[in-house]
Design a protein around this ligand. Structure first.
Ligand SMILES: [Zn+2]
Ligand SMILES: [Zn+2]
Length: 359
């Protein structure tokens, strides 16, 4: 076993950092090393390390023990479950799905890792799509045919050939778990581990279903509908429990990776959109009403006489909507004044005359 790093160092905080800041820091790191988001092989280990550090430093009593006696003091006094309960309890909201944290812990500690948390969880599915800026304005209804693990229709997920049953697992007496006593440092505590004979099911299939070979699930295609909300930006969004299915467990999530396409006319920055409008030198000088495109159509706009190049005109409320409110951004129009590159003789003489009028 390698030496444990200092908990303050792990979280990147100092000895006098208040609890509220430790919480914020852990949230930041947890999102970074969340095994579902961070696919590097060390992310699980990092996640475990920061969660352990947080579990200790977020609890005034454990933090005091750690400050006085270091790792040995904490390890001798508290069980793994006790320590990880801190992160688990405070951040159940963090991963946006019921049981998410539990299943992460299960995947980090492994099936025999000493955690009694949670059920089996299906894996997430990544679905990539792109939307236009007009879709961002109105939102978009999606209906997709998703290939994924779905519950077997023949055995309804039991994995048993129809009209056959499962036998109670004798290794765990149907509990799916076995209790083991572990020693860590100079303390010993009881952990509950998943039964390896029945893989935690508590029962063993007599005759497997021929359709799914006893897995209770198989590859299939499912039609899934979801809404892309108005105001969406490029990024990952979760459709809960629409990932790979696990009979009598928790389905994985469908992660929808949205890319907002660049628009031929508009540039977007947050809720605002930007548009460059060409205006002739004459129109900028004399002023004129022009028609400019907006996301939903066109709008009439007054270019004031004497408008300077790069004048910005704001069209209030013509940007994209906020994702979680009714408010909308604005459209900004930049006036690009076109200076004529070629003039006829006649035009030139007119301009000469115009210049002379100043004298
Ligand atoms: Zn089946
Ligand atoms: Zn068993």
């Amino acid at each position: 076993m390698s030496a444990k790093r200092d908990y303050y160092e792990v979280l990147g905080v100092s000895k006098d950092t208040p609890a509220s800041e430790i919480k914020a820091q852990y949230r930041k790191l947890a999102l970074k090393f969340h095994p579902d988001r961070n696919k590097s092989s060390e992310s699980g280990e990092h996640f475990k390390e920061i969660s352990e550090a947080y579990g200790v430093l977020s609890d005034p009593e454990k933090r005091k023990v750690y400050d006085q006696q270091g790792h040995a003091g904490v390890d001798g006094r508290y069980s793994n479950d006790d320590i990880f309960e801190g992160a688990r309890g405070d951040f159940s909201d963090l991963f946006g799905r019921t049981g998410g944290f539990d299943s992460i812990f299960e995947s980090i500690f492994g099936r025999n890792g000493g955690s009694s948390y949670g059920q089996q969880r299906g894996s997430d599915i990544l679905y990539e799509t792109s939307v236009t800026l007009e879709d961002v304005l109105h939102g978009k209804k999606m209906e997709i045919n998703l290939q994924k693990e779905i519950q077997c229709q023949i055995c309804n997920g039991s994995g048993c050939k129809p009209n056959t049953k499962k036998n109670k697992c004798t290794a765990c007496n149907g509990q799916g778990q076995v209790r083991k006593t572990r020693t860590m440092g100079y303390a010993s505590f009881v952990t509950v581990e998943t039964c390896s004979a029945c893989k935690g099911q508590g029962s063993i299939i007599q005759t497997p279903c021929s359709e799914c070979k006893g897995h209770g699930r198989k590859k299939g295609i499912k039609k899934i509908s979801f809404d892309i909300p108005p105001g969406v930006d490029s990024g990952d969004y979760t459709v809960q429990q629409e990932g790979n299915e696990v009979p009598s467990g928790i389905n994985g999530d469908l992660i929808v990776r949205i890319r907002v396409q660049s628009h031929p006319k508009f540039k977007r920055d947050g809720m605002d959109i930007f548009y460059d409008q060409d205006v002739s030198m004459i129109d900028a000088t004399l002023g004129r009403e022009i028609t400019i495109p907006t996301l939903e159509g066109t709008e009439k706009l007054k270019v004031e006489s004497g408008s300077q190049p790069n004048t910005i005109i704001k069209l209030k409320g013509k940007g994209v909507p906020h994702m979680n409110s009714k408010s909308r951004g604005d459209q900004y129009i930049r006036i690009i004044v076109n200076i004529p590159k070629k003039l006829s003789k006649h035009q030139k003489s007119l301009l000469d005359e115009f210049e002379k009028s100043y004298e």
